[in-house]
Write a protein that binds this ligand. Structure first.
Ligand SMILES: [Zn+2]
Length: 385
């Protein structure tokens, strides 16, 4: 059976696995990996209020070290399929590019991981370590019945991973641009300032909450949170909305609300950040502004996989296959890596992200071959070390 990255990617793209549908994608992976000698499990996780989700865990070998490939087969909906040049679930190739929802995010990446692992095992059937796949069907949706539970499930079975590669599309423009060695954390907070409603012509009988809200927001924004660290940009607090909802020009409103989100680096924990935000608001409010702050619970904590041998293997493989020295970055949104890092060091490297979640999502066929070559080289150096 042909197991090129391209044919694997085409088969995966033809599975309509829009979250939470399995769509045949995990069944396909199960078949291919089993044939290659992997032990494969398909745990289904449930949670009240969310759809049941299928997942896949596979392992080849029993020894150490254990390198884990992680990813997701679920995809975001294609949107209006008639606006696509080609069927979003057709896996068609045109002009050297493979089209389909998930081409880069991230069925293409999974296909490359599979092709690399199968090729490595064929060439080294008696290698002493283990290669695993941790594939969820719940990354693009609520992300409740996916990676977190799958990791806990594996841990409960006694599985211990040494390193992980997550195949999200990390490259902004060209294959080889960027490895993610960490991610910033995310914290959302809401402020309510209490006033007293009244007639604008009689302000002494009212209490306008808007000037108070302005003072609080100014207090939040006046000093930078930090100046960044060796591998992280400066943390950033962004006010995302300020709402009074007052349709009348002659009424002083009773209440003002604001929401902010912070993307924070490794100088902070959610707890220390919340304490600093509280301090800023307290100082800005003085004795005059009556307000309440609520901070949403977050599981998005900043983390860093320090540039070590493992990151070096990945960077060297990229350099050898593409000629570019990848940037070691911690930019962008959150990813499932924030959950994996609690179990083992993780780096993220995959395809070029330009068309992810877009109409006509596509990947250059040449990139699939090169990414498979990169993963293959990582396996070589990892198990040779
Ligand atoms: Zn993704």
């Amino acid at each position: 059976m042909e197991r090129s990255p391209l044919s694997l990617a085409q088969s995966l793209l033809r599975c309509p696995s829009v979250t939470p549908e399995e769509g045949g994608a995990l069944a396909f992976i199960e078949g291919v990996l089993k044939e290659a000698g992997f032990e494969v499990h398909r745990p289904v996780f449930s949670e009240p209020g969310t759809p049941d989700v299928e997942n896949l865990y596979a392992r080849y070998g029993t020894g150490e070290p254990y390198l884990l490939f992680a990813g997701h087969t679920d995809v975001v909906p294609p949107g209006d399929a008639s606006r696509w040049q080609y069927d979003p679930f057709g896996g068609e190739i045109h002009g050297g590019e493979l089209y389909g929802r998930g081409a880069v995010d991230m069925k293409g990446g999974i296909a490359c991981m599979m092709a690399a692992a199968l090729d490595f095992i064929r060439a080294n059937p008696d290698f002493t370590g283990s290669i695993g796949f941790l594939i969820t069907g719940d990354e693009e949706g609520p992300a409740v019945n996916g990676t977190v539970k799958l990791l806990e499930w594996a841990k409960g079975r006694g599985e211990r991973f040494d390193h992980c590669i997550l195949g999200e599309p990390t490259n902004p423009n060209q294959l080889g641009d960027m490895i993610k060695i960490g991610r910033r954390g995310s914290l959302t907070g809401r402020i309510v300032v209490e006033g007293k409603q009244g007639h604008v012509a009689y302000p002494h009988l009212a209490d306008n909450p808007i000037p108070g809200m302005m003072r609080l927001l100014e207090g939040l924004l006046k000093e930078p949170l930090d100046r960044g660290t060796e591998h992280f940009d400066a943390s950033n607090l962004e006010v995302t909305t300020v709402d009074v909802g007052n349709p009348a020009a002659n009424v002083i409103p009773a209440e003002a609300r604001a929401t902010f989100n912070v993307r924070f680096n490794d100088l902070w924990t959610p707890h220390s950040l919340e304490a600093d935000i509280e301090r800023r608001l307290r100082e800005a409010a003085g004795n005059t502004v009556r307000y309440a702050l609520t901070v949403e619970p977050t599981n998005a904590v900043a983390f860093l996989t320090p540039p070590n041998d493992f990151v070096g293997f990945v960077a060297d493989a990229i350099k050898a296959a593409t000629g570019s020295q990848p940037k070691l970055s911690t930019t962008g949104g959150t990813s499932d890596a924030r959950f994996i890092v609690k179990h083992c060091p993780v780096v993220e490297f995959g395809l070029v992200g330009q068309t992810m979640h877009q109409i006509d999502e596509r990947v250059a066929v040449a990139d699939l071959d090169r990414l498979a070559t990169i993963y293959r080289k990582v396996l070589d150096s990892y198990f040779a070390a």
